[in-house]
Design a binder for this molecule. Structure first.
Ligand code: 5GP
Length: 173
C-alpha cells in the first residue's frame, strides 16, 4: 500500500509546523481555562504531538464524529459516535481535527458545542482543503493548506490503514 503514497509533508515539516501551532496556542490561551477536544480517529498523532507543544495545562478529551464509511469519498451524513466527557460551559474550547474537507463534520460539531455555551470555541486542523468546502466553517489554526488530493498518513487512513505512516502523502488508488 505504501508504494501508492507520494510524500507531501515529511516528519520534519510536520514537527516544525506543530511546534509553531503549539506556540501560537500557548500564547493565545495563557491564563485561560482551556479544554482541548480531539476528533477521533484520525487526530491521534496530531493530538499527541500538538498537546505536548502547548506549554499550558489544558483539560484533554476526545469526541468521535464520522462522515466516512470507508473509501475516499464522503457520504455527507455526519454522525456523533462518541461525545466528550467534560462540561464546557464558560470554558475555552479548542477542537483539534486532522483535516477539513467539505466542512460538514466541523459544522455539526461547532453547532453542537456552541449550544453548550463555552466561553469561546476555536478549531485547529493539521490540513485544510478549502477547494472542497460545501459549508463555510471558521478555522482559527491551520497547519497546511492543500489542493484537492486524498491524503493518508499521520493519522489519516484509507479503509483503516496507513494511519501509522509518520508523514502525510497523496494516495493513488
Ligand atoms: P469533512 O466533514 O470536512 O468533509 O471531512 C472531515 C473528515 O473526512 C476528516 O476528519 C477525515 O476523517 C475525512 N477526510 C477528508 N479528507 C480526507 C483525506 O484526504 N484523506 C483521508 N484519509 N480522510 C479525509
Amino acid at each position: 500500500m505504501r508504494s501508492r503514497v507520494t510524500p507531501l509533508f515529511n516528519e520534519t515539516q510536520i514537527a516544525t509546523r506543530v511546534k509553531e501551532l503549539g506556540e501560537l496556542i500557548t500564547r493565545d490561551y495563557a491564563g485561560k481555562d482551556l479544554v482541548v477536544v480531539g476528533l477521533l480517529n484520525g487526530v491521534f498523532p496530531f493530538f499527541a504531538d500538538l498537546v505536548r507543544a502547548i506549554d499550558l495545562d489544558p483539560d484533554l478529551t476526545f469526541m468521535q464524529a464520522s462522515s466516512y464509511h470507508g473509501g475516499t469519498d464522503s457520504t455527507g451524513e455526519v454522525v456523533i459516535k462518541k461525545d466528550m466527557d467534560r462540561p464546557i460551559q464558560g470554558r475555552h474550547v479548542l477542537v483539534l481535527e486532522d483535516i477539513v474537507d467539505t466542512g460538514l463534520t466541523l459544522h455539526k460539531v461547532r453547532n453542537l458545542l456552541m449550544d453548550r455555551e463555552p466561553a469561546s470555541l476555536a478549531i485547529c486542523t493539521l490540513l485544510d482543503k478549502p477547494s472542497r468546502r460545501k459549508v463555510p466553517v471558521q478555522v482559527e489554526y491551520i497547519g497546511f493548506e492543500i489542493e484537492d488530493h486524498f491524503v493518508v498518513g499521520y493519522g489519516l487512513d484509507i479503509d483503516g490503514k496507513l494511519r501509522n505512516l509518520p508523514y502525510v502523502g497523496v494516495y493513488q488508488p
